[in-house]
Design a protein around this ligand. Sequence first.
Ligand SMILES: [Zn+2]
Length: 103
Amino acid sequence: MDRSWMNESRMSPAYEEGIKEFLQFAFERSRSDEDRKYYCPCINCLNGRRLILDDIPEDLLCDGIKKNYTTWIWHGELIDMSQSEPFDVEMGDRLEDMIRDLG
Ligand SMILES: [Zn+2]
């Protein structure tokens, strides 16, 4: 999904469209028995506060969305493990460094 709108100006139509897309996304993935409150990804709430759907656009327009929140894990999106680096690569590097330091 194209999320370049998250880096657009908050005044731009793309940003406004993006917010709608986000709300739709959150809404579709929520369970119907939930209280219809969603984590707000604005730079003030940082997904730490839950708001009703109607209040989220205001936050996102006034404060802006957390820009590095491109995988919406707090809103039902699964992390794509195939795209992340395997952990042992980094560990291996660190080990190599340690050995070099010792030497
Ligand atoms: Zn907020």
